[in-house]
Design a protein around this ligand. Structure first.
Ligand SMILES: Cc1cc2nc3c(=O)[nH]c(=O)nc-3n(C[C@H](O)[C@H](O)[C@H](O)COP(=O)(O)OP(=O)(O)OC[C@H]3O[C@@H](n4cnc5c(N)ncnc54)[C@H](O)[C@@H]3O)c2cc1C
Length: 387
């Protein structure tokens, strides 16, 4: 594995740095983190700037509207944008980081032409309708039903924990197109649909998080009509398409956040020096260990990227190792932030306090740690299945 950057890659880095230095001072002020419509507008405005400058969908294939850059250039992009303090994907998370790549990989040419350019231009936001009240870790047990009526599916059921549902235009939706029976095991009767969020019959009820945000919602679907042409992959082959989505979600979607965590770690050390907490040897050791952990996570990312670059395909099962370690390291980082801040960590207006609260969800979102451990045990270490 070669982890050095080529001359061409370093050139790319220099051009990007110059563009960021010119562009970031022109950005409007960031909206309140709890103002979702404001955040949508801000995040999509940033996406539009990236698009106009030729940095949107860097690692997407050129025939999907992307720049056809190498995955390594994409890592450089993540490193440099984060170091410069540029906005993160935010409301465009699902569209850009897993629904879009799934359509790029599994969609027809018409589907790619319809859905990918608006994601890259920052015109349309996606959400993810996978989880249901009784189907989270055991996703294949989902019950939202879709039956055919001419050239439409009619969809009824409910979804939960749908991030960004309030501000989304499209939903990557999993539905049951064939009931479970002896002949059809539960993961064989599922289809992957692109559902327009303005279709009649959809009710979105926001859920408030510990941090006060309504970033996710319950969704109730009452005979929602979705064109059959919006199905990505074959009917009843949605489980295979879902594995593609999840491998992007776990393998690459959180990668940019590792750079952000490394930046926050540096800020914690600076703050601790300023407020006297640096004298605490236990805290210093903790920050040192976290620094090693995030350094290792960045190396792991480079390894995963270089692996998928070599195989020319979708990120592999190594994404589960990344997701597992990253979500725990993020929680430890913000616990350390609490120690650095001391009593100030109770101040809900402090960015680190809100991030600490939201970090608690990372070991659940995108698949819980226990499930990632099962995947690592069974699919990487080859241990026998637990059940
Ligand atoms: C911030 C956040 C955002 C989210 N956004 C979305 C979204 O946009 N769209 C979406 O569809 N979903 C979303 N989710 C839902 C998330 O994917 C599920 O919460 C997650 O998959 C866990 O499912 P569950 O909540 O049903 O828990 P359960 O599956 O009920 O699990 C409960 C506990 O049992 C453990 N467990 C279950 N089965 C096993 C097993 N076989 N072996 C060992 N332990 C097991 C779990 O690990 C967990 O600790 C989000 C969740 C969070 C926290």
């Amino acid at each position: 594995m070669d982890l050095t950057y080529t001359e061409e890659e370093e050139d790319f880095r220099a051009r990007l740095r110059a563009w960021l230095a010119r562009t970031l001072p022109e950005l409007p002020p960031r909206p309140d983190p709890l103002d979702w419509p404001g955040r949508r507008a801000y995040d999509m405005g940033w996406q539009r700037r990236l698009y106009d400058a030729g940095y949107a969908g860097l690692h997407w294939p050129a025939d999907a509207g992307g720049q056809g850059a190498t995955p390594t250039q994409h890592l450089i992009f993540l490193e440099e944008t984060e170091k410069a303090g540029a906005p993160y994907v935010g409301a465009n998370f699902v569209g850009l980081l897993h629904a879009g790549p799934t359509i790029a990989s599994e969609g027809t040419p018409e589907q790619r032409a319809r859905w990918l350019p608006p994601v890259l231009r920052g015109d349309e936001v996606w959400c993810q309708g996978f989880s249901e009240p009784d189907a989270g870790s055991d996703l294949a047990s989902l019950r939202t039903r879709a039956w055919r009526d001419g050239d439409h599916y009619v969809v009824s059921g409910s979804k939960i924990w749908t991030s960004h549902a309030e501000v989304a235009d499209w939903c990557e939706l999993l539905v049951r197109t064939t009931p479970v029976s002896e002949a059809v095991p539960k993961h064989r009767g599922i289809s992957w649909l692109a559902m327009p969020m303005d279709a009649p019959g959809i009710t979105v009820r926001p859920l408030r998080t510990l941090a006060g945000s309504t970033e996710f919602a319950e969704m109730f679907l009452d005979e929602v009509r979705v064109p059959v042409a919006n199905r990505v992959g074959a009917e009843n082959d949605g489980w295979r398409v879902t594995m593609v989505t999840l491998s992007y979600e776990r393998g690459t979607a959180f990668v940019g956040e590792v750079v952000a965590c490394r930046r926050v770690l540096g800020e914690l050390a600076r703050e601790a020096r300023k407020n006297g907490r640096w004298d605490d040897a236990v805290l210093r050791r903790r920050l040192g260990r976290l620094s090693a952990e995030f350094g290792a996570l960045w190396r792991l990312t480079q390894w995963n990227v270089s692996e998928s670059q070599r195989s020319g395909g979708v990120p592999g099962v190594g994404g589960s190792v990344f997701k597992l370690r990253y979500s725990h390291a993020r929680q430890e980082l913000y616990e350390a932030a609490g120690e650095v801040l001391g009593a100030g960590s109770l101040d809900l207006d402090h960015e680190w306090t809100l991030d600490r609260l939201s970090s608690l969800s990372y070991t659940i979102a995108a698949g819980t740690s226990q499930i990632q451990q099962n995947i690592v045990a069974e699919r990487i270490l080859g241990l026998p299945k637990g059940r």
